[in-house]
Design a protein around this ligand. Structure first.
Ligand SMILES: Nc1nc(=O)n([C@H]2C[C@H](O)[C@@H](COP(=O)(O)O)O2)cc1CO
Ligand SMILES: [Zn+2]
Length: 162
């Protein structure tokens, strides 16, 4: 009998890699975010990335962020990866689920995460940690019993031929 492989990827590597892969679909030139929602028993339930809502053309709506006119910037139009992942799930309840996300959730997604019943957030980057949005998000997660933990990078590199 042959021994099993030992260099298989861990659950955390697997789900964060799926979140990263989803983020690669984003058209945002500055920040690409991906999310993957996983059940308590490690089944992938949903995925999402940041982008404009259905029907709002990636070629017609603005991707910039520096115009003085807010209507000419992306912020009023983008759906965040986490909200997309929640809304993409049509299978019922997300109660007790885990969310893998490449960037810490903002306060708006945080509210959706809490109300959807997601109980654990595993995030990679936290580049907006000092903003009121992320500070508020962490405050709400703590108050409502949603635990958040930083993903521990392993340094493993994965290459794929497509
Ligand atoms: N957690 C998040 N999930 C997301 O999907 N986003 C999206 C919204 C924008 O499309 C982009 C942020 O743009 P910028 O301000 O870094 O140029 O990432 C942003 C955050 C930050 O809280
Ligand atoms: Zn958000």
């Amino acid at each position: 009998m042959s021994d099993k492989r030992e260099d298989y990827i861990s659950w955390d590597e697997y789900f964060m890699a799926v979140a990263q892969l989803a983020g690669m679909r984003s058209k945002d030139p500055h920040t690409q975010v991906g999310a993957c929602i996983v059940s308590e028993d490690n089944k992938i339930l949903s995925m999402g990335y940041n982008g404009f809502p259905r029907g709002c053309s990636d070629d017609e709506f603005p991707w910039g962020k520096t115009s003085e006119n807010p209507l000419e910037n992306k912020y009023l139009y983008t759906t965040h990866s986490e909200l997309n992942a929640i809304l993409n799930y049509r299978g019922g309840s997300l109660e007790g689920a885990k969310l893998y996300v490449t960037l810490f959730p903002c306060n708006e997604c945080c509210k959706a995460i809490i109300q959807a019943g997601i109980k654990t957030v595993i995030y990679d980057c936290d580049k907006y940690a000092d903003t009121p949005s992320v500070i508020a998000s962490k405050r709400m997660m703590k108050a409502s019993g949603v635990t958040f933990q930083k993903y521990h990078r392993t340094g493993r590199e994965i290459t794929m031929s497509l």
